[in-house]
Design a protein. Structure first.
Ligand code: FES
Length: 92
């Protein structure tokens, strides 16, 4: 099972492949805001990928439309393929 680490929270856990990073964060007790409930519409669930960019499913049209550039992804649109290290992105 892929290992997910939230570097800024010092939390690591195994999450099933195919699960979204947002769902993993909730399972791990990491707070990631998600105003639209995971529909890819609000952009508040942004995370920074520290390691393992290629271990997530490719960016969805919702993300490319928002012109999110690496290392940022929408956690509700990013599904696990392998191990990743991420941080919760600060929204200004
Ligand atoms: S929760 Fe709104 S875009 Fe991810």
């Amino acid at each position: 099972m892929p290992r997910v680490t939230f570097a800024d929270e010092n939390k690591t856990a195994e999450c099933p492949a195919g699960k979204t990073l947002l769902a993993c964060a909730e399972q791990m007790g990491v707070r990631v805001s998600h105003v639209c409930g995971g529909d890819g519409a609000c952009g508040t669930c942004r995370i920074e990928v520290v390691e393992g960019w290629g271990n997530l499913t490719p960016p969805t049209p919702d993300e490319t439309y928002k012109e999110l550039d690496p290392p940022y992804r929408l956690s509700c649109q990013s599904k696990l393929v392998g191990d990743v290290i991420v941080k919760v992105a600060k929204i200004e």
